[in-house]
Ligand binder design. Structure first.
Ligand code: TYD
Ligand code: MG
Length: 454
């Protein structure tokens, strides 16, 4: 039986679990104050009762599935294509999130103008006026001949425009402004956003057009709106502004057509977003005096090395419970490393607060930062500055051993290229041949590294 149209439900804004009445906490995801009133979901067309009867599918052998139906469309911005996994895939739906002012609209306008002649692009805005967009395009001196614009928030109207114009790419800025007549509820609310997105997804799959949606972030930095959005789309990327710098990083969080470990780097200039083709050292400021608690690590981002500075501060704790605060590295990992330091390095941070920060707002997910984090912690604790020309990388295991990480040679070479003269690295990453100008200390254990440096 189809559900009555008037039935009221309360839907979680994050996980879309439905509840028959209001309650403070969602039973689905455990979040507080996320329930919104909505009218019962409409039966999705084509799914109900007799809808199944008309659908015919076939079973195919895996080896016989043809792959030629997936050409990539390069956007002309290599940093974007890198994160996409080679380019845009026809019929796919992308969601790009980020803080206000990160540059989402700028990036998409640049891409739209560049692709318009080749692909046919419809740029739909629910946030800015057509004049604002035109002004930006003129100021950035983008090609303006072919791009089609519409200021629209109703999905039905957007789909009507799209079926008339037949664009290869539809950009919708933003998904939170969308509304549809098919369901009730306030624009931006979970029911509206979900249904509006579902319609655009269906349109993309049926027409083969690429749909790019802009999404806002909530105050926790996650994507605003229903979590289910992420399941509906093919690719989800976040454009992040590295703390008050002009650099922007684009990272894939989900990609049905490529890897998610690539990082794209852009700089916001007065001519819009420009790619940073060789970003390995952009987050380093090399002119500062050596300071205690700071050390450079070479991390591996996707297919490239990136030099970042790790800072630690060890301070007398004011409360009963010493604090372990991290920005850019995992807090659990820090707790684990401090335990290893205590047990195998015979250094106890005990009742001190420990703060660790990765400079530039970069997040390091790699274990290669283990050794540098611990060296920075001890450097701060003892108030001994490590030499500026020193860098380190290496994973630290629970028995105090220093384990090799992938791409050791490339990391060493990259740092040497940027003028670093001394390295501390795992013995497993010791270069077979010496690297010119680089003095490498290859260590087997954490203790060896500590003995050599402090
Ligand atoms: P915008 O693309 O509007 O951000 P979003 O859509 O993610 O909210 O970017 C606006 C910011 O970028 C704003 O702070 C001004 C800055 N900006 C530049 O510095 N140079 C430029 O050429 C443009 C277009 C924007
Ligand atoms: Mg915008």
């Amino acid at each position: 039986m189809a559900r009555g149209r008037q039935k009221e439900v309360w839907v979680c804004r994050d996980c879309a679990t439905e509840h028959p009445k209001w309650q403070g906490q969602c039973t689905g995801c455990g979040e507080w104050n996320t329930l919104e009133q909505a009218l019962g979901a409409q039966p999705a067309s084509g799914r109900t009762g007799s809808g199944w009867a008309g659908q015919v599918s076939t079973v195919t052998r895996l080896a016989e599935v043809g792959l030629d139906a997936q050409p990539r469309i390069a956007t002309g911005m290599r940093e974007l294509d890198r994160v996409l996994g080679g380019g845009l895939v026809p019929g796919s739906v992308l969601l790009i999130g980020g803080n206000p002012g990160a540059g989402k609209s700028t990036l998409l306008l640049q891409v739209s103008c560049d692709l318009a002649a080749r692909l046919g692009v419809l740029y739909v805005t629910g946030e800015e006026s057509l004049q604002q967009i035109a002004l930006r395009a003129r100021r950035l001196e983008l090609p303006q001949e072919h791009l089609k614009l519409a200021a629209e928030t109703r999905v039905e109207a957007i789909l009507a425009h799209a079926s008339r114009e037949q664009p290869g790419l539809v950009v919708v800025d933003s998904v939170q402004t969308l509304q549809t007549e098919a369901v009730d509820g306030a624009p931006g609310g979970v029911t509206q956003v979900r249904e509006a997105t579902a319609r655009l997804v269906r349109f993309a799959k049926e027409s083969g057009a690429i749909v790019v949606l802009v999404g806002h972030v909530n105050k926790e930095g996650g994507l605003a709106g229903p979590k289910v959005l992420e399941h509906m789309i093919d690719t989800f990327m976040m454009l992040e502004d590295a703390s008050d710098s002009r650099f922007r990083t684009l990272r894939g969080h989900k990609n049905r057509f490529g890897a998610v470990n690539e990082l794209g780097v852009f700089a916001m200039t007065d001519r819009g977003l420009k790619e940073v083709a060789n970003p390995s050292a952009i987050f380093l400021s090399r002119d500062a005096e050596p300071a205690a608690g700071s050390l450079v690590v070479v991390v591996w981002e996707g297919t490239r090395p990136l030099l970042v500075e790790i800072q630690a501060l060890v301070d007398e704790s004011q409360g009963a419970h010493p604090r372990r605060v991290t920005l850019g590295v995992d807090a659990n990992r820090l707790a684990l490393l401090l335990a290893v330091l205590h047990r195998h390095g015979k250094v106890a941070v005990g009742n001190s607060d420990v703060f660790v920060n990765v400079v530039g707002g970069i997040r390091v997910a790699e274990t290669a930062s283990d050794l540098p984090v611990l060296l920075a912690v001890i450097s701060s604790m003892r108030n001994v500055a490590l030499p500026r020309e020193l860098f380190a990388f290496g994973e630290v295991g629970l028995s105090g051993e220093v384990r090799p990480v992938p791409n050791g040679q490339e990391r060493l070479r990259e740092a040497a290229k940027h003028g670093f003269k001394r390295a501390v690295c795992p013995i497993g990453n010791k270069p077979r041949e010496p690297i010119a100008g680089l003095d490498v200390l290859a260590v087997r254990t954490l203790k060896e590294a500590l003995d050599a440096l402090f």
